[in-house]
Design a protein around this ligand. Sequence first.
Ligand code: ATP
Length: 235
Amino acid sequence: MLEITGLVAEYGPVRALDGIDITVERGSITAVLGVNGAGKTTLLRSISGLLPAKSGAVRLAGRDITRAGPEDLVRLGVSHVPEGRGVIVELTVEENLRLGGLWRRDRAWLKTGLAQMLELFPPLAQRRRRRAETLSGGERQMLAIARALMSRPELLLLDEPSLGLAPRTAAQIVATLRTLREDTGLTLLLVEQNAGTALSVADRAVVLNLGRKVADDAAASLAADDRVRRAYLEG
Ligand code: ATP
């Protein structure tokens, strides 16, 4: 589904990604782990076209998307939920969801999609006509994910969905992601600093450190790997 080879990304003189190779299978959940500054957010920004790659390549279902911009990527089926949620707080829950569906040409989807999202995230259904600013952190995260899903992506890029949430809320959100994958075959690339949460839901995991990939394995194997945990995940 997604093939990243030799990806290099820089902010001026700062090299944030230094030759990353990652393959993501269709329908899988892949976690990207690592401590602060490892390059996780930069990886998602490079894939979604927000930060042009310096070199290397990103392929989506065989198509070269290395130079594609964010809008092209939404059309190609990639949706990005940035860190810090990114919902529009002045708008209602429903208005935020409708905005997420604006990219779709099939207008019929708007109604179906809206109904599906409210079913998938019951707290959003209860707060459908409330402004997003009245939502809790967990509900805002649900709204950000649901809004991204309104563009009907095949690949969802999620940046730290559990950040700042109570463990129970984070677990609820992660369980919903699993349901989604099972029901729709969605492919997920999940950035997390919280390795425990991410490894409990992911099939595979890669670990980044200082812009390089230092581990890449089945999630269950990585969860059992004390060496990797101590060296790169408890910073
Ligand atoms: P975090 O969990 O804190 O977001 P991260 O693993 O996502 O960490 P990145 O945000 O991708 O890490 O940062 C990777 C490197 O790039 C770090 O050294 C960081 O200081 C640097 N960096 C990130 N954003 C910028 C920027 N806008 N300008 C300059 N350097 C940046």
